[in-house]
Ligand binder design. Structure first.
Ligand code: ZN
Length: 298
């Protein structure tokens, strides 16, 4: 028996373990000018579960087709379930969670759900390289964050590529302006080891010390969010801060490719690797390409 991980770009992975195929997020389609696997969600014909980190299109869109083409069960926030319900997915194919639940997926495989935070996406337009130190933006209240988020929407609508703008229009069926739906992280227990999954750069400092995963999949994009406030430092420091606390044996990054040109960047992971190694020299950093079927256990 062995456990394999495939990266579909952005923060989407599939984990194959104990005879199960578990999708982590479901965003597979890309705009014409973006990096990606060349696949769409319609190409996925094998899935037993889909764990969705939050409700933004670049995590959730595609789940509706995977659910239609397989017998998979989706686990996600109440908002993710609402969006899928508006697209015609029966409620008995979905499990609403908000953190605190542990769900058995098969004999010897379970997942626990943890409340988390979304990156401070309101605080920037195009993403920075991971060694850029960002300071300030502390204590920004909700209305002000919304105003700044509208500035980002305006930027995306005018200053990105035409392919990106077309993609943004087609990628959000069933969505409204209800936001991320509350970010969640997942700790998947397999007979061979545990896998932590995070799909946006945020966390609660009170929850992660108890998680001691063997493998940590960590979002590496945008301005990190710790307990609701933007990190005072760089993305590299943000990622390393979690590695220092969780002490995983292996780290794999997500969300760091150029999945939405004009907003995302092809992230140079060297500064993140250096920061991670500085706090946890024994960690193995794995940087798979798309669909490489990386063996993580066994
Ligand atoms: Zn998001």
């Amino acid at each position: 028996m062995a456990t394999y991980l495939d990266w579909y770009g952005c923060a989407t992975f599939s984990l194959r373990t104990s005879g199960l195929t578990i999708f982590l997020d479901a965003y597979i389609d890309r705009s014409e000018d973006a990096e990606g696997t060349g696949l769409t969600a319609s190409d996925i014909t094998e899935a037993d579960y889909i764990l969705v980190g939050h409700s933004h299109f670049d995590h959730l869109w595609g789940a509706e087709r995977i659910l239609q083409n397989t017998q998979a069960i989706m686990i996600g926030s109440y908002e993710s379930v609402r969006v899928m319900e508006t697209l015609g997915i029966p409620l008995d194919r979905m499990i609403c969670v908000s953190g605190g639940e542990t769900i058995d997926l098969a004999a010897g495989v379970s997942v626990s759900v943890h409340p988390s935070q979304h990156s401070c996406v309101w605080s920037h337009s195009q993403m920075d390289e991971p060694d850029v130190v960002c300071l300030g933006d502390l204590g920004v209240h909700w209305h002000q964050q919304q105003e700044r988020f509208l500035d980002l929407m305006q930027y995306l609508a005018t200053d990105t590529t035409e392919a990106t703008r077309t993609h943004l229009k087609e990628s959000q069926p069933g969505h409204s302006d209800r936001g991320d739906g509350g970010a969640l992280t997942y700790l998947i227990q397999t007979p061979e080891g545990s896998v932590f999954y995070q799909d946006t750069s945020g966390y609660y400092s009170g929850t992660i010390p108890a998680l001691k995963p063997d493998v940590a999949i960590l979002a590496a994009a945008g301005r990190g969010n710790i307990d609701g406030e933007p990190i005072q430092g760089s993305l590299a420091q943000f990622v390393a801060g979690q590695v220092e606390v969780m002490k995983p044996k292996k780290v794999i990054y997500g969300h760091h490719d150029n999945w939405l040109p004009g907003f995302s960047i092809p992230t140079n992971t060297d500064p993140i690797n250096a920061a991670v190694k500085a706090v946890h020299p024994a960690v193995e950093i794995i940087e798979p390409g798309y669909l490489e079927g990386t063996q993580i256990f066994g």
